[in-house]
Design a protein around this ligand. Sequence first.
Ligand code: AMP
Length: 211
Amino acid sequence: MKIVIFGPPGSGKGTYASRLTQRLGIPHISTGDLVRDEIRNKTKLGKTVEKYSSSGTLVPDEIITEILTKRLGAGLSNGFILEGYPRTVKQAKELEKIMKVDVVVNLNVPDKVIVERLSARLQCKSCGAIYNERTLKPKITGKCDKCGGELFRRVDDQPEVIQERLKVYREASEPVIGFYRSRNLLKDIRNEDPNVDPETVVDQIMKTIRA
Ligand code: AMP
């Protein structure tokens, strides 16, 4: 199954996508992680995309599509969970040319919950696992439960950058919802409770995509 997880920054896309990967046994592709890998590996592409990523603005469509296409080329015939792409209608049209997706899960989360979540988010430097200082604490402070890696706060999770990312989402990304609704691929998930157990939301997503 080819699944897109769509939603504003801080809606839990990465958290749910990584859990769905385990349940469904198909890979999780996050364009945000691909961008951070390019930056960490100091590639030419990484140097180009760093300024966008750190300021919370979008990497230009052609560059992010190039990064994604490179990853999609690596044998994904059993399906995948794509997270963080598309983020513009242009990208949605590009994806349609590359391959057909089966379902788009749209996470609806109020801004208040988003800001609360992002300002408490921590991520593992080694395996990318996501934690939350309030709702999803690691067993040992500062260390990843899964691999023992060091936890860090993303540069784009600073308050001013969060506001910029929300603005970019409203202007550039929200129209993607209409694009997929018109193609009958959209499934809405509502999540208004900041303290909800991620597994409960994943159960809800599983039920929705199987309906
Ligand atoms: P994320 O981890 O999904 O929030 O992505 C982190 C950053 O990577 C974003 O703020 C953008 O700068 C960049 N990025 C990731 N995916 C895309 C995309 N589909 N289009 C444009 N920029 C992207």
